[in-house]
Design a protein around this ligand. Structure first.
Ligand code: URA
Length: 329
């Protein structure tokens, strides 16, 4: 069984990187907690701040980050989330002892940097060349569904004129990652940064997605990431039904070709499109869902978590469920 302290450490790191200073663990004495989190706390926040963070007085249900669920055992290479002692460089602001991220600090050897500059390559991955474009060519849904390999689907998608978004996009954001990934991540639609770079989830929501995935033992390199819509809706408005219909053949073929063992659907559009239902996320999440026999875990979109940080915990729990499904698969 994996050490639950690893989970606790990664949750603690994640909360801090989201700006949550407070960690309340009533059942533990400050000394026990310091011992438990060593060497995370001494490196990343002063002892006084650690002591101040451990305030008694809240009920268990209000305590974010105190649960450390053991993960099911599954042989796999050591994930960066587990081996990293500290994912970012930090400095103290002094008066409040609030650690902040020093983005200019040199990388620490053996440490995974989870806060990337927008559009910067994922550490450990091959650098991404400029996003390619392709001449416009209309293909029917049947033609798309008959393509034998992802590269051909992608080549076709890069010149797709199937909806009005073709007129306003800068790049088609087809998707990226391991073509034989166990985990398929599906989001809603590219945003500004994704439209600029041609890569999915590289803006602020993408940075949070990376953290959430890492905190659950999934690295970005292990998964395949794509969206329901491959083109950005102007001003990030909601996708229109006709756009979802026009783009769906690409997503469905991606699922068929990647053949994931678990699908993580982030946000209503991803989950509702794949499941063919209109149940809101609040009612959908936590239930057992499948897309064509593949377990599908619906959860809140990272952009929604940026607006409502309290939902991060729910997402983390959903990711733990995905982890367990994968381990059982
Ligand atoms: N939001 C999404 O749903 N997808 C992206 O790629 C970026 C933001």
């Amino acid at each position: 069984m994996n050490d639950p302290r690893d989970l606790l450490r990664s949750w603690f790191r994640q909360r801090r990187e989201l700006g949550d200073e407070e960690l309340i663990l009533e059942a533990l004495s400050p000394d026990q907690l310091r011992e438990l989190l060593s060497p995370v706390i001494p490196q990343r926040m002063g002892m006084e701040a650690a002591r101040a963070a451990m305030q008694p007085g809240r009920s268990a249900s209000e305590r974010p980050g105190t649960r450390a669920e053991p993960m099911a055992e599954r042989p796999r290479p050591a994930s960066p989330a587990r081996s990293a002692a500290s994912p970012t460089s930090t400095v103290s602001t002094g008066s409040t002892d609030t650690p902040v991220i020093d983005r200019n600090a040199p990388p620490v050897p053996g440490v995974v940097e989870t806060h990337r500059r927008e559009g910067a390559p994922v550490p450990g991955s091959t650098p991404h060349p400029p996003a390619p474009r392709a001449p416009a060519r209309y293909a029917s849904a049947e033609e798309i569904r008959a393509l034998p390999v992802l590269s051909e689907v992608r080549d076709l998608a890069l010149g797709c004129p199937r909806c009005e978004l073709a007129k306003t996009r800068k790049h088609v954001v087809f998707g990226e990652g391991r073509e034989d990934a166990d985990v398929l991540v599906v989001g809603e639609a590219p945003g500004q940064e994704e439209d600029r770079t041609g890569r999915p989830f590289v803006g602020k929501a993408g940075q949070l997605l990376d953290l959430l995935l890492l905190s659950s033992g999934f690295s970005r390199e292990q998964v395949y990431i794509c969206n329901v819509l491959k083109c950005r809706p102007p001003a990030n408005r909601n996708p229109k039904p006709e756009e979802v219909d026009a783009c769906s053949p690409y997503l469905l073929r991606q699922v068929e070709l990647v053949q994931p063992r678990v699908i993580l659907a982030f946000g209503n559009f991803a989950a509702q499109t794949l499941l063919g239902i209109d149940t809101p996320m609040g009612r959908m999440r936590g239930g057992a869902h499948q897309y064509r026999g593949i377990p599908l875990v619906p959860t809140y979109h990272p952009a929604a978590c940026l607006r409502s940080p309290a939902w991060v915990r729910a997402v983390w729990e959903d990711l733990q469920r995905a982890r367990a499904l994968l381990d059982a698969a």
